[in-house]
Design a protein around this ligand. Structure first.
Ligand code: ADP
Ligand code: MG
Length: 308
């Protein structure tokens, strides 16, 4: 007889899409649809074959890991993920390897990318954006307390869970740093569209608007043009934005990294006092955040209930 988990809605949907294809299994998980594309392979939805838990499986093709440096990068991503327990940071559950793949088993963020969420809604209300921003700051503050920098924060790496809470993912560029010496990061990495001025222009004292893509340069096809654009374009805000939000964003986008608002300054800004209060993990201690993460969306061994 088939295990009950084969009547899980995601498994049934997979069967409808691929009626003749057997469901591949990876460790204890059935591998269903692709959630996203990674640098080394696909990220797939996995369903535990016995319990029905949903996970995201970041697959890394062994043949894409072409040298020691790539292997070290993947090992660092796993090591750093394993250090971090925060309600707004993706949880690492397990790692697997087969002769073809490494697999990183992660908490599943079923709401998808913030990127697609914003595209679908065209814009967010400032209050909704405030909640997500506060969750982002809470997660970033926590990782900095642990001397970890993410270095690839962008809308594609910020996911939503089923309650539309923010989940920071993709620690592929993350690294250790020394919080106390406060050295500036100068390694060019992450994603060109989100690069800070000091990364693209060594004497850059210009700034780019985060709201306005250069229409002549879609998707940063021409990197040189994109960098010139980042270094050149003055800041502009949409009309409906509050004065406090403008003030905060302007401080965060000061081109000189030493004058730019740091995390402590951001967290003290009055915009937070106005907007967040009850809705986030903002302002908790490292210990409290870790406890919350333990109590929260960990891999729940709920007996899967037959739905058909
Ligand atoms: P890469 O390091 O190659 O960018 P990511 O870790 O960012 O790989 O994963 C690529 C994409 O896969 C993400 O942008 C997202 O769309 C999807 N994805 C990754 N992790 C999860 C997750 N835990 N839950 C849901 N979707 C995910
Ligand atoms: Mg990514």
């Amino acid at each position: 007889p088939l295990p009950d988990v084969l009547s899980h809605p995601a498994v049934i949907a997979y069967g409808a899409n691929y009626p003749n294809r057997p469901i591949p299994k990876f460790g204890a998980y059935y591998m269903l649809q692709t959630l996203g594309e990674g640098e080394f392979g696909k990220v797939k939805l996995g369903i535990h074959s016995k319990y029905g838990d949903e996970v995201a499986v970041k697959l890394i093709r062994r043949d894409a890991v072409v040298n020691e440096a790539k292997m070290a990068k993947i090992a660092r991503e796993i090591e750093i993920l394993d250090m971090l327990k925060h309600p707004n940071i993706v949880r690492l559950y397990d790692v697997f390897e087969t002769d073809k793949f490494f697999g990183i088993i992660l908490e599943y963020a079923s709401g998808g990318e913030l990127f697609d969420h914003i595209l679908a809604h065209r814009y967010l209300k400032e209050r909704d954006a405030a909640k997500l921003f506060a969750q982002l700051i809470s997660g970033v503050w926590y990782m900095h307390q642990k001397n970890i920098v993410h270095r690839d924060l962008k809308l594609e790496n910020l996911l939503l869970d089923r309650h539309r809470n923010l989940i920071i993912t993709d620690f592929g560029f993350a690294n250790h740093f020394n919080r106390t010496t406060n050295d500036l990061m100068e390694t060019m990495c992450g994603s060109p569209c989100y690069a800070a001025p000091e990364l693209v222009n060594s004497d850059g004292l210009y700034v780019t608007s985060p709201f306005d893509d250069d229409p002549t340069n879609p998707d940063g096809e021409d990197i040189t043009k994109l960098y010139a654009y980042i270094a050149r374009t003055p800041l502009s805000f949409p009309d409906q934005l509050s004065d406090q939000a403008r003030s905060l964003l302007s401080a965060m986008l000061i081109p000189d990294p030493r004058a730019r608002a740091d995390l402590a300054t951001i967290m003290r800004h009055p915009w937070f006092a106005i907007n967040i209060r009850e809705i986030t993990t903002f302002g908790l201690t490292v210990k409290e955040l870790e406890q919350l993460a333990e109590d929260g969306p960990t891999l729940r061994r709920l007996a899967y209930q037959r739905t058909v």
